[in-house]
Design a protein around this ligand. Sequence first.
Ligand code: NDP
Length: 296
Amino acid sequence: MVAKVIDGKAFAAKVRAQVAAHVARLREEQGLQPGLAVVLVGEDPASQVYVRNKHASTVEVGMASFEHRLPAETSEADLLARIARLNADPAVHGILVQLPLPKHLDSDLVINAIAPAKDVDGFHISNVGLLGTGQKSMVPCTPLGCLMMLRDHHGSLAGLNAVVVGRSNIVGKPMAQLLLGDSCTVTIAHSRTKDLAAVCRGADILVAAVGRPEMIPGDWVKPGATVIDVGINRIERDGKARLVGDVHYESAAAVAGAITPVPGGVGPMTIACLLANTLTACCRAGGLPEPEGLTA
Ligand code: NDP
């Protein structure tokens, strides 16, 4: 079997177009423009690139983008005061604090200072609790993107065996909650899991979120399974820098039914879902119907 390639780049472009159309309607019919504030503390080069990309994508779909660049030595009190101002600003519907923060700042404290309704990353403890209890929440962007691709490919996910490898708060755990919400039978695997190969071979849906280059080979994949590779790993091969996932793509694609490539799979969906969440937050704030197909 040769797997169908799930094209995350094309899917993300579709989601962004859907968001842009909805934003245009909101502006025309309600005089409302969704706004996303991104707070960057310090000069981390990778974070600067992410923030630049987020700004460009936000503007591209017709939303307002507010960038708050603060010096690395910003105190916790000053950062919390900035977040309080953004919480109170009616033009701001989504707030994202770019992680990692400099070491002297307590990320949990900072994230939990964001108003849950504006927490478009879905990391606030209230949103984590709402998701865990199956209530309406803000859902973390990367797992939301994976869920959208899975629903698009399968239609219903009910009854499928899903294995999520990785139990981080930003990917593995929320991914497992979302799959459970769609009535999969879910297993969460991690570094202490016994016979991971056998666990993976039982998966109709295999989500890899580990951070280890090409750790999952094709013979761990059940024939016909859908493989979602969240991993982004920078390696050097044949003297060239390359990005690879947590799954060994060539061997897995030979047995899977469908697979996301790296790059061009899950990655592009993450920013698209950030925009979708900002739109959702704006609609909820205005008491308007939520965009269809863009929430969990
Ligand atoms: P974390 O490092 O927070 O979590 C990794 C998880 O993998 C942990 O739960 C760990 O288990 C588990 N793990 C580590 N080694 C093994 C092993 N040998 N066997 C089984 N499980 C193992 O990573 P993240 O969840 O933040 O990210 C995972 C990957 O996804 C990374 O490559 C990251 O770059 C990528 N990523 C991609 C995004 C995108 O937009 N596409 C967004 C976010 C992340 P334990 O808990 O036992 O230590």
